[in-house]
Design a protein around this ligand. Sequence first.
Ligand code: NAD
Ligand code: UDP
Ligand code: UDP
Length: 343
Amino acid sequence: RDEVSGSGIYGLGKTGGRIPVGIGRRRWRIVVTGGAGFVGSHLVDKLIERGDDVIVIDNFFTGRKENLVHHLRNPRFELIRHDVVEPILLEVDQIYHLACPASPVHYKYNPVKTIKTNVMGTLNMLGLAKRIGARFLLTSTSEVYGDPLEHPQKETYWGNVNPIGERSCYDEGKRTAETLAMDYHRGAEVEVRIARIFNTYGPRMCLDDGRVVSNFVAQAIRKQPLTVYGDGKQTRSFQYVSDLVNGLVALMEGEHVGPFNLGNPGEFTMLELAEVVKETIDPSATIEFRANTADDPHKRKPDISKAKSLLNWEPKVALREGLPLMVSDFQKRILIEDEGKGF
Ligand code: NAD
Ligand code: UDP
Ligand code: UDP
């Protein structure tokens, strides 16, 4: 029996049930779908570091092997090129289901594929969880609240979503994924956990993924104007990736199904964000206004009281602390990209 150290983790007791074992539990086998992506690769780092076995399933649509290259020679790590829209047979204890493009530019690129990933991909992973008795965590999104009429958003809010809009493949897809998770939980007794993740940033975001933080940071480094869409008064609340990863693990190991909002309640307009990026990287950077995209939510801010009280979790890294932590990673990759282009 392989044992690892760690605390607050659950292992198999004599009864076969899950009991808290504290130090010296069995080593878990954990699947992370979408583990080659931005959030997934940071989650993998944490799971490997604490001593578990990790299998990543990824089709590399938006993920990159570079994000996991430091694990490739580790016998406790396995990388499978696989599309979650297709069934798969594995034997594991836990499934973190992240596979799905997250940036609007990527998820709108092939909307039918996005909804297939959300619906058929989640169905397959829930079918897998049911067959092998694994615990299943869904990474849902704040987008299930749509253009919210309640502010800040609590988990009890049902949302204001356009079912036929350009964002629907993602937000309705994730809403269906939540429905599937709850139906497998109620109907097939699968142990599920649902996280509603708010805008998250950090190292390893795709340089070209079109999300506002990665765009502004890359633009400031390249000495290009920061592109603010619309009037820039719309708001978002930005969470640093390590806070999210801690929240996902706390949720998986806790006893509550959720859904739980995981986000940083610090709310910024896009113009305020541009100012913070300027302060952090280049005070002389300029701003250029562009037309906004369709159905862009006007405001977004999580109410995290539920996660605070039931998971004992809250974010620790403020935007002004987190942004500098992604700058050197972006500088390095932009340099490599520019060299590749012969600059
Ligand atoms: P990402 O695009 O960096 O990662 C997604 C990963 O899933 C990539 O590695 C991609 O190749 C893989 N993937 C996509 N479709 C797949 C398929 N059909 N089969 C197998 N692999 C597939 O995005 P991220 O920011 O790391 O987001 C991870 C998860 O968190 C997503 O489910 C996303 O919806 C959710 N989320 C993220 C945020 C955020 O701000 N980052 C916010 C809300 C929700
Ligand atoms: N599935 C999978 N791996 C498994 C078990 C199931 O990929 O180990 C897929 C299966 O192919 C199906 C989906 O999960 O498409 C739902 O499975 P479930 O057993 O719940 O439903 P059914 O197969 O009866 O439709
Ligand atoms: N946005 C912007 N400039 C950019 C990219 C995005 O002003 O270069 C705005 C976008 O219109 C939205 C907000 O930033 O109001 C967040 O967009 P993002 O794509 O990062 O995430 P979303 O929360 O919309 O999924």
